[in-house]
Design a binder for this molecule. Structure first.
Ligand SMILES: NC(=O)c1ccc[n+]([C@@H]2O[C@H](COP(=O)([O-])OP(=O)(O)OC[C@H]3O[C@@H](n4cnc5c(N)ncnc54)[C@H](O)[C@@H]3O)[C@@H](O)[C@H]2O)c1
Length: 299
């Protein structure tokens, strides 16, 4: 700072600028950030939000100024508990009170179109609009192709593929009349590469479908103000991966060794990407994919 100042300004101005800079640095005011990243005044809905990445996306939205949020998951009690916990966490170390937030927990099985429609109807009743929707509900299972029972394959596609489609379609139905919105479909690095050593062909294919679905819907709705993008995480530490790892401790080391950054991701590592995609910061971006995978896909 000093060397830059000494080159550009006379001594008197330098003293004034440094005093101001110091006052700014030492003040407790919030850091200055690009306003387009703010989620203030945006109504958000996240599926699969009782835990894992969906829950982290909710946290990121609340930390970025959102106060109106629908937490959607399979079981009503878990969705409502998560909604309460999210508000409590948002109030910690802040001057906000629970009454500053309206966060509702909603039961919904995304594999049922009726159930998704009901969750959106309840959200519209509560908030009157919906601006940012994240389809995060998803499952993974590891069977070799010959061993995978068909009813389980069908269930996986019903949740991962049809669930994302129902969520996006219902989001757009509500967003178009209000002038637009942002939809994020959670795909995976598995949309781009084949995970090893665990076999998971239907999962990989389901995530490739979700990634291409985001691009296809983006084109359908581009002129109507609705943006659709895909967020593709690498290996993240959540219940989904912990369940797989609980059967095989060595697997974590294998996954880490295959990741250039040498570690698995924490859910918080996705906070910046989800806020970017959901907010106006990405307003000219649609049909794209953001990979957040510690470099996994590039080698
Ligand atoms: N964890 C990872 O490493 C990873 C990597 C890439 C992509 N993903 C994707 O991210 C998304 C979230 O994964 P996660 O790690 O948070 O999983 P998770 O198992 O920790 O959480 C998933 C949440 O979705 C909910 N859910 C499951 N089926 C549902 C249904 N039919 N209707 C509504 N909710 C349902 C669960 O109750 C749970 O709360 C998934 O789509 C997953 O494929 C995860």
């Amino acid at each position: 700072m000093t060397s830059l100042l000494s080159r550009a300004l006379p001594a008197a101005s330098r003293a004034l600028v440094s005093r101001r800079a110091w006052t700014r640095l030492s003040s407790t005011a919030a850091p200055r950030v690009l306003p387009e990243f703010s989620m203030q005044d945006k109504v958000c809905l996240v599926t699969g939000a009782a835990r894992g990445l969906g829950n982290e996306f909710c946290r990121a939205f609340l930390r970025s100024g959102c106060t109106s949020l629908a937490v959607v998951d399979l079981k009503e009690a878990e969705a409502k508990d998560a909604a309460q916990e999210l508000v409590a966490a948002a109030c910690l170390n802040s001057d906000l009170a629970p009454s500053d937030f309206k966060v509702i927990g909603l039961e919904c099985d995304v594999s049922s179109e009726m159930s998704v429609q009901k969750a959106f109807a309840e959200t519209m009743d509560a908030f009157g609009r919906v601006d940012a929707v994240v389809a995060s509900a998803g499952i993974v299972e590891n069977y070799s192709a010959f061993d995978y029972p068909f009813d389980r394959i069908k269930r996986l596609y019903d949740i991962n593929v049809h669930g994302a489609f129902f969520t996006a379609r219902e989001a757009a139905r509500n967003m178009i009349p209000q002038g637009g919105g942002s939809i994020v479909l959670v795909a995976s690095m598995s949309a781009n590469i084949i995970n090893i050593p665990q076999p998971q062909t239907p999962y990989n294919a389901s995530k490739a479908a979700v990634k291409h679905m985001a691009a296809s819907l983006a084109v359908e709705w581009a002129k109507k103000g609705v943006r659709v993008n895909a967020l593709s995480p690498g290996y993240m530490l959540t219940k989904l991966t912990r369940t797989i790892l609980s059967h095989d401790q060595e697997l974590k080391k294998t996954w880490e060794s295959l990741t250039p950054m040498g570690r698995m991701g924490e859910p918080e590592d996705l906070a910046g990407a989800i806020v970017f995609l959901a907010s106006d910061a990405s307003r000219f971006m649609t049909g794209s994919e953001i990979r957040v995978d510690g470099g996994y896909c590039v080698i």
